[in-house]
Design a protein around this ligand. Structure first.
Ligand code: GTP
Ligand code: MG
Length: 330
């Protein structure tokens, strides 16, 4: 790595990235994931330089409970898309620690076809940091992938905490996967997530599961009916599919393309992306402003005493804030 092109040469890195070289793409992603201030600076210059090349991909967010079949679906769908000549990037947002260590291996073995597909690029979730930070890095990675010529970006998130919202905020289409089953399945899906959904797909609709999958789909359909849709031009469909057998996967993609046609025609796609850009500006700004709170050494050293004093009633919370602000020089 020491002999590779210097990071400082943003123009060169941008040029090489446009050429679609995967090694360069990986290197650029490592740069945007870096916490070093100088890297951060170059990463910002790089995304600015690539601004015109970004935004061309179909961006799809995919969420659902652990084990629902997200990766299997992505493997199957992605494979179909690369067979049609598309270039597919697969990213993940997983701020929890359950992926650290074996993450690359886990994601790649679960996407066995795509992992060996020259037209697919799989990048696991940045492994540490706050949700805001992890998601912001993933979003920047998405932009780099677009600049490198990937025209479909699939972002997987397991949906812990607020990660679905972060993924919905960086994609054009938000797909919620659900499991077959009757009754309380609906309760298992968080209401806020259903409200974000552009489509619900009941996966594992195969074998003995098929009748239960159809039943679940009709229940979700009824539930969605009550909610007011996100867009006047789109009622989120509820479908069944089998990521394993491939049944329904083609139809799934057709819905995504139809949504895109309608959102483009109505101007909503451009509007949604514009709003997302501004939201991301704020997310990244908050990240940046909060950074010293997590990393400042003097503050770290003083915090146990300050918190102890506040807890014991010796120091008013307001005075503690003043003291902390002074320590940080803000
Ligand atoms: N029968 C059946 N099994 C499936 C289907 N899709 C996935 N599976 C199985 O379900 C298990 C979990 O699949 P994954 O694709 O790893 O699920 P995931 O949602 O990505 O899981 P996490 O990333 O851990 O949240 C695997 O054993 C798959 O083979 C399906 O359509 N039908
Ligand atoms: Mg997975």
């Amino acid at each position: 790595m020491a002999t590779s092109a210097p990071y400082e040469d943003v123009e060169r890195l941008a040029r090489e990235l446009r050429g679609g070289d995967r090694t360069v793409l990986s290197r650029a992603i490592t740069l945007v994931e870096s916490k070093r201030a100088d890297h951060r600076h170059i990463a910002a210059a790089l995304t600015q330089a690539l601004l015109r090349e970004t935004g061309k991909a179909v961006r799809v967010g995919i969420t659902g409970a652990p084990g629902v079949g997200k990766s299997t679906l992505i493997d199957g769908l992605g494979g179909r898309l690369t067979a049609q000549g598309r270039k597919v990037a697969v990213l993940a947002v997983d701020p929890s620690s359950r992926r650290t260590g074996g993450s690359i291996l886990a994601d790649k073995t679960r996407m066995a076809h795509l992992a060996n597909d020259a037209n697919a690029f799989i990048r696991p979730s940045p492994s540490s940091g706050t949700l805001g930070g992890v998601a912001a890095r993933t979003r920047e990675t998405m932009l780099l992938c677009e600049a490198a010529g990937y025209d479909v970006v699939l972002v997987e998130t397991v949906g812990v905490g607020q990660s679905e919202i972060a993924v919905a905020d960086m994609t054009d289409f938000f797909l919620v996967l659900a499991l077959p089953g009757a009754g309380d399945e609906l309760q298992a899906l968080k209401k806020g997530v259903v409200e974000l959904a552009d489509m619900i797909a009941v996966n594992k609709a195969d074998g003995d599961n098929l009748p239960r999958a159809k039943l679940a789909a009709s229940q979700y359909g009824a539930a969605l009916h009550i909610l007011s849709p996100r867009s006047p031009n789109w009622s989120p469909p509820v479908v069944t599919c089998s990521a394993l057998s491939g049944d329904g996967i083609e139809a799934l993609w057709e819905h995504i393309l139809e949504h895109r046609r309608r959102m483009t025609a109505s101007g909503e796609l451009a509007a949604r992306r514009g709003e997302q850009q501004v939201k991301w500006m704020w997310t990244m700004l908050e990240e940046r402003l909060f950074e010293p709170l997590r990393t400042d050494r003097a503050l770290k050293a003083a915090l146990p005493r300050i918190e102890g004093d506040v807890a014991a009633g010796r120091l008013a919370p307001g005075s503690a804030v003043e003291e902390i602000a002074e320590l940080l020089g803000v």
